[in-house]
Design a protein around this ligand. Structure first.
Ligand code: FES
Length: 123
């Protein structure tokens, strides 16, 4: 696939991406099958590095969070699925506990372009 098939999409000003904040967005270019619902994702800082994943638990293919912007477990160490409690490493998306252990979140490309944060589906 080419960059043309997966264009960069602006999701927020870089100044919005502060430690502990998770910013949700809808992907413009792809819908979730078979329902045709828009795919959603989230971006956050892992240390000082921006990370972005699809908001899609590999267990049942549903969104991870019930509360807007709430993705971390009680200890603030892992991304946690609110449905069955699967835990994911923030830096890699790898599931380390729960029904989808060994699977992983789908990472998105993320970059800062000027004063904006942009994402795109990985090729
Ligand atoms: S739907 Fe996420 S752990 Fe079951």
């Amino acid at each position: 696939m080419t960059e043309q098939n997966h264009p960069w999409q602006t999701v927020c000003p870089a100044t919005d991406l502060v430690p502990g904040r998770f910013i949700e967005f809808r992907l413009k270019q792809k819908a979730r099958e078979p329902e045709g619902m828009p795919l959603t994702g989230f971006v956050f800082l892992d240390g000082s590095e921006p990370k972005a994943y699809l908001n899609l638990c590999p267990h049942l293919g549903i969104e991870l969070n019930w509360m807007p912007g709430k993705f971390m477990d009680a200890d603030n160490l892992f991304i946690q699925c609110s449905t069955h409690g699967a835990l994911f490493k923030p830096g890699t998306g790898e599931c380390i506990a729960g029904p989808c252990q060994g699977d992983a979140l789908t990472a998105l490309d993320v970059r800062q372009n000027g004063d904006q944060i942009e994402i795109r589906l990985e090729d």
